[in-house]
Design a binder for this molecule. Structure first.
Ligand SMILES: [Fe+2]
Ligand SMILES: [Fe+2]
Length: 222
């Protein structure tokens, strides 16, 4: 058994344990409404809290999946064929975006705590599924791997945009987080495209949308 193979499994296990069980430290402070907007925040009703928490739980699941995808794609990049410098550059690109996703994960968890709710009970399942998908995409080479990032981030952006229409109008704290996440996901997609992400075939995009639909529908409740 090669050292790279053993390393790969250790990295996978480490990534899973960190994403699922370790407290996440954001590198950037949690986006907060301005003082004026903050002062105007009305107390959310119990129903509004539950509704906002369900949406933030879905977003938290998305960020668990982002951790899995970026970790596994970086891993596949390092293990795949090609010139060592190029492989390392791609892996670092993926890891840098992954750091933003750690911020998102920490912010979503913080907001869930504030709303008195919990993350999805199925997080280990979401992580495992996304990790496998990321490995698969990563093994198909740089263009497809980055193309997968572009499509994922664009779908997440559209999904976050829909949440801005669904969150209670006066839940400024959740909205500020979602707004910043959306801006970051747009940047991640643009950077992956700029660095050589290819356009994925429509059936693949459709399958990705279907998988995301299943995940978001289940995570809304469980
Ligand atoms: Fe994110
Ligand atoms: Fe992202």
């Amino acid at each position: 058994m090669s050292t790279a193979f053993i390393d790969a499994h250790l990295i996978a296990a480490d990534g899973a344990l960190r994403a699922l069980f370790a407290p996440h430290r954001a590198a950037r402070p949690c986006p907060r409404p301005s003082l004026a907007a903050g002062a105007a925040v009305a107390e959310l009703s119990p129903a509004e809290k539950r509704h906002a928490a369900a949406l933030m739980r879905v977003n938290h699941v998305g960020e668990i999946c982002a951790q899995a995808l970026y970790t596994s794609q970086a891993l596949a990049a390092r293990l795949g064929p090609g010139e060592a410098g190029e492989k390392e550059k791609l892996a670092r690109h993926l890891e840098a975006a992954g750091q933003d996703e750690t911020d998102h994960l920490a912010w979503c968890k913080q907001r869930l705590d504030e709303l008195g709710d919990r993350p999805s009970l199925l997080n280990p399942l979401w992580f495992a599924g996304a990790f496998g998908l990321g490995l698969l995409a990563g093994r198909m080479g740089k263009g497809v791997s980055l193309g997968f990032v572009v499509e994922t981030e664009r779908q997440v952006e559209a999904h976050l945009d829909s949440h801005l229409g669904l969150l209670p109008e006066h839940d400024h704290a959740s909205r500020a987080i979602v707004e910043q996440m959306k801006a970051d996901e747009i940047r991640h997609a643009n950077e992956a495209k700029r660095d050589g992400g290819v356009d994925l075939p429509p059936p693949v995009k459709g399958l990705m949308r279907l998988a995301a639909k299943v995940m978001t529908t289940v995570a809304h409740r469980v």
